[in-house]
Structure formats: structure tokens, C-alpha cells
Design a protein around this ligand. Sequence first.
Ligand SMILES: Cc1cc2nc3c(=O)[nH]c(=O)nc-3n(C[C@H](O)[C@H](O)[C@H](O)COP(=O)(O)OP(=O)(O)OC[C@H]3O[C@@H](n4cnc5c(N)ncnc54)[C@H](O)[C@@H]3O)c2cc1C
Length: 476
Amino acid sequence: MELAGGDCLNAGCVPSKALLRCAKLVREARKAASRQNEFGVFFTKRGESEVLDLDVGVDFAKVMQRMRRLRSSIAPVDGHARGVSIGSQVFQGRGVFTSPYTIEVVEDGKKLGDANNPVLRFRKAVIATGGRPTIPDVKGLVSAPYATNLNLFNLQSLPERMVVLGAGIVALEMAQAFAAFGSKVTVLQRSKLLSGDVEAGKVIRETLEQDGVQFLDEVIVKEVETLRSRGSDGELPLMRVGLTHKGNSQLTSLECECLLVAIGRTANVQNMGLESANISYHPTQGVLINDYAQSISHPNVYAVGDCVAHVPRLTHMSGEMAKVVVQNSLFGGEWRMSTLVVPAVMYTDPEYAVVRKVVTIDTNGNVVPSPKLSAEEVDVYRAELRSNDRAILDSSDTNGYVKISCIKGTGTIVSCTIVSSRAGEMINEVSLAIKNGIDIMGLGRNVHAYPTLGEGVMSCGLQFIGARWKKMNEGG
Ligand SMILES: Cc1cc2nc3c(=O)[nH]c(=O)nc-3n(C[C@H](O)[C@H](O)[C@H](O)COP(=O)(O)OP(=O)(O)OC[C@H]3O[C@@H](n4cnc5c(N)ncnc54)[C@H](O)[C@@H]3O)c2cc1C
């Protein structure tokens, strides 16, 4: 039986961010220790004045203990007890559609069609079954003791060597965290970092490399050999990963105690009887929906979150879609998916944040990802954080930036990318602007507290205003 709270609470955002907090502390402490002359902060034995040349130690068991404690403290909000207390009826088991208006609950240890399985009849239903890690078809992998986000947070000891398959958000966050804790981390990437955002990928990669993470590019993983299984006492397994590089068929290999598979997510839409209910779906991407988050083939069934095709797989996206569905299914609302402006953040240090309208509607009325405008269709306003006073005072964000794209010749914002230690906080202002039709001039005229990294957003707006003044001056 799976725990209430889904991926975010149990094996996603919550545990990963708890680990990243400890990793950040380690990196900051190391920075202080190694740059004593710059910061004037040093370590001594209590009561003594001798300056010690120290490294920072990590007690991995305590890091994990802290994560579990904090996760439990957040858990009640997502627990079944709360659902029941606010009027829900909870059935525990696997929900399977058996007709367009019935769902059978298959409890643990039972089969579909067992006499005592509860059968629920509905007028409206919402599918919110989430996703699972995608596992590539690699020889020996399925039988190997590899890790995914589902079991990574159960580790009891720190792997000496970690190989990360994939270079997306989950992969890079965990690569940085485990490198800070002391693992020798190698990231295997098949193509480009961060879905091809070359500029941000370069900054993030350089920082991770400084942290000791090694990147192997254009790698094809051929096989995984299990050299030692996971011990019942928590002993880590040992694996050999065989790989080739693009254009070179020679097999090389890497050994590791932890092989983290993080190449993407597959929607949970299989074995749920969607065919019996006439609910259209893509086998890996998920349920196909329209602008109102309704199934395109069954108007009384809605779908939200990671089980839906073509929407970003993020907790706040699932939450926002849940609001859309409540409004549209129960209160006759007209809340449209195509109006959603959704930020996405990678919580490495520096953080990487992007925001834009995430979905659009195709000619059949179905939700599809919003196309990105080409470089010729936009004007770009950019602020380098190395000249931001807060970044200078913090000795941070040397390579960080804020980049805002507007429809060419106008101040209408279409997207924003931020690379900064605070990108996740800074991006929300730009989301608000896009959502409410505030143009880039509005960001330039919004008074920002000094000194803050957020002034980088304002700087982009001031560039737009400056360009207009220049044009007016030239009589344009
Ligand atoms: C390591 C990691 C870190 C992440 N960090 C972030 C982050 O920092 N910020 C962010 O926004 N997002 C993050 N995400 C993504 C986020 O976790 C997901 O987008 C979010 O959990 C999706 O929520 P959901 O409700 O759609 O699905 P889930 O949270 O996956 O919930 C689906 C639920 O449905 C249940 N279920 C499945 N099939 C059935 C069935 N047939 N019958 C009944 N129940 C079923 C599952 O057991 C589960 O409880 C992260 C993901 C990972 C893996």
C-alpha cells in the first residue's frame, strides 16, 4: 500500500529539498573555510585562537534522519485523516475504471473483479494518479539494485561512488547534494543539459564541476552488471555500468555503489481500465485533456498532475490543475488551462528558474505544450548579477543572470529565465506580471528593495524604458 501524499511528499520535492538544505550548508561552510582571507571567518577550537585548516564533515545518517523528521512533520497535511476530517470518504486500493461511470477499488492482495471489492459509481471523476520514474531498456538494469527517487531517500549510508543516469532537474539536484556529502558523482548525459538551455546549462555545469561532479557527454549506457547485491543489513550494492560514447563503439565502464536512474517520468495510466471508460491517453505521456482539464473523450472525467499529457510535471502545476477542476466540474466554471503561467525551478545552487505560459490549445481543442518563440520573434532584456550590489556583497551569483523575453517591438513579456542563488524566489514576480498582463515597463517601475537580487528583474525593465527614451531622443 502506498503512503498518502504521493511523490512530492514521500519521494520527491520534500525529501530532495531537505537534502539540498544540508548540501547548501556544507558548501557554504566549505566556502568560508577555504576563503578565510576573503570573508575573515575562520574555525578555531573553542576558547583557543589558533586558526584551523579544516574540512567540513558530513554525518549522512543524521542528514537522512533530519529529512525523515521534517517529512513526517509535513505529512499530516497530505494524510488521509485530514481528507476524512474535511468530508472525504477514503478507499485504499488501486482504482480501476470498469465502465464509463464506475470504478472498482482493488485492495491489496485482491484481484480485479473479486467479490468484495468496493465499486464506486460516479457522476464526475478526476484522475490524479501521478507518474513514476522512466526506466530505460538497458541490458541487466531491471535486475540490478539501481536507485530511483522511490528508494534513494531510504539510503542508510553514503555511497562512495554515485553514477547518475540523466541530466534533468532531479538528476542535477541529487548530483550536487551527494557530491557535497562526499560521494564521487558522475553524471551520464545523452544529449544536452536542461532541455537545451545551453547558456544556463553551462553555468550550472561549471558550478557542479567545481563541486566535484564529473559529466560524461553523449553517452549511451549499454549494460549494467551487478557485482554485489544490496545487503539485508543495509550494505550498499556494487554495480558496473558499461557505456559507449557517441561515434565510438569501444565499451568503457564505471563502478558505483549507487546508480541513480533519473531520465524522466512516465505517466501512471496503465492497468487502470481507461479503455473501459473511453478515456483517451498516450501510453507514456498520459491522459489527453482539453482547455478545461476534461478528458477529450469523456467530458465527465477530468485529469490533473503528472498523469496528464503535455503539462509540466510539478507539484504546483498539479495543485493549480486541481483548482481548475474543482471550479470547472463543480461550479460550472470556465477556468482555462491555456491561461496558466507556471514557473519551474531547479533547486541546485545556483537555482535555475523559468516561467512562461505552459500550454496552448491545438485545432482540435486539445492541450498541447506552448511553442517557444524563436530568437527573431522576441526582444531580450538581460541583467548580469555580477553587477548587482547584493550579489557583490554576498560574493555570490558571479555567473548569474535574469533574462526576460518580450514579443518583438513590444513590452509584452513571454518568458523569463533566472540563474541565481535565489532564482526560485525571484521568478514569482515575473509570473505575476505575465499572468496579469503587466508589461516589462511595469517591472522596471516597480520599486524594489535595495540591495536585493530581485533588482535584477527591475534592471531588465529599466533597459526597456532606457531603450524607449533613447528612441524618443532620436526622434523615433
Ligand atoms: C526527486 C523529485 C523531486 C521533485 N521536486 C520537485 C520540486 O521541488 N517542486 C515541484 O514542483 N515538483 C517536484 N517534483 C515533481 C512532483 O513531485 C510531482 O510533480 C508531483 O508529486 C505530482 O503530483 P501528482 O498529484 O500529480 O502525483 P503523485 O504525487 O505522484 O500522486 C499520485 C498518487 O496516485 C496514486 N495512484 C497511482 N495509481 C493509482 C490508482 N490506479 N488508483 C489509486 N491511486 C493511484 C499514487 O500512489 C500516488 O499516491 C519532484 C519529483 C521528484 C521525483
